[in-house]
Design a protein around this ligand. Sequence first.
Ligand code: GLN
Length: 484
Amino acid sequence: MNIFDMTIYELHSALKDKQLSSVEATTAMLERIKSVEPQVGSFITVTAAGALAAATAADRQIAAGECTLLTGIPLAIKDIFLTEGVLTTCGSRILENFVPPYSATSWKKLEGRGAVLLGKLNQDEFAMGSSNESSAYGITRNPWDTSCIPGGSSGGSAAAVAAGEAIATLGTDTGGSIRQPASHCGCVGLKPTYGRVSRYGVIAYASSLDQVGPLTRDVADCAAMLGVIAGHDPMDSTSVDTPVPDYAASLTKGVKGLKIGLPKEYFIAGLDPDVQRAMDAAIETYRRLGAEFVDISLPHTDYAVATYYLIATAEASSNLARYDGVRFGHRADADCLLDMYNKSRSEGFGVEVKRRIMLGTYALSSGYYDAYYVKAQKVRTLIMNDFMATFANVDIMLTPVAPTPAFKIGEKVNDPLQMYLSDIFTIPVNLAGTCAMSLPAGFSNSGLPIGLQLIGKPFDEETVLRAGYAFEQATEWHLRKATI
Ligand code: GLN
């Protein structure tokens, strides 16, 4: 087996049994990155020297018998995570020279377990997008078909896992940015409940929606990564102080008697036939495994995209006010302070980011605040209530992740509304603040991966992971590899 195709557990046992050293594994990954990057473009920065130094330290730990599951495992993370001493751009020109003085908690936790950082992954600028085409550092291509997008905004995080450029990665999900690229690239991606994972050191897009989560080759790896990054962080007051279960331990409990809701609003007439077929087959698989299905309704689903684009843009317009050329990144030459602000921001931000700042500023402006922003907050509560009321009767919900498989590069760049509609099935989960996972559930006729979404109750990632694991054990979709 190729080292670059291994799961965390597979590589861990090879390292522990001394069949392989972390330096060898890391070198193999760096070679792999070199050979496929010209076709895929997952990375903004490759940290080869740092990776080899971390691998050497990991090998010493392994030799001393002090190894954790992650010791010596080569990972990569989205460029939205601050990394001490390592360039962090968030996909934007405005941060082209930004080297942070500290690291995000989620990465520090992985690093503390001995993980090796291969580099920083491409993404849509400031995590705004669904196709990875809005990055200032070039597009990322889908390893299954390089004429297609990998999804976004964590497109590099998904493509790197699918192309064998990292054993696992971290992404962020504000409206679908972990689940949708995971679905398009055939990997597992989990958006934890809001508050489950610290956002400290994660560049903010929409603070009430952003969450950090893993993208992996299988559900067991996903459970392992979540177990490490989850938990209260005194540096993020929105991270919740609730116990983190042993996710790996409950994976094998099965789904017998589990009640799975099928929200009718997610099985719409316009659904791509390949996606519909994959969902039907998944339902059949779960039935065979002993799960029960319940038809449910989340009546405010139709309002989710509009609500999201008011709240997310409003928060973004406020969060992105800090990029003024004074303290971070790009600073334009100008004669006076106001000109410096204007020029730095005009030159530093891309078109999609500017569009969002303008939309958000408008929604927050006096006179429109009540009509748009406050109204959107009220609708958000209705959407949240839909989920909470339904979860009284079901354990999890099953839906598609995206209405279609990956689309072609360039297909939606000039039609923002079409682009926004890629996230109709993922956005409501962020508005409700609950957790959901995407996992491989089939392929389209043209060979593109299709993901299945399992939505769980707040802080019940355990049941989502357990249900995902049962599905994975009963199917072989996750074993197929992109032939890049
Ligand atoms: N595509 C959505 C957006 O552009 C979601 C992005 C995300 O989850 N970060 O806002």
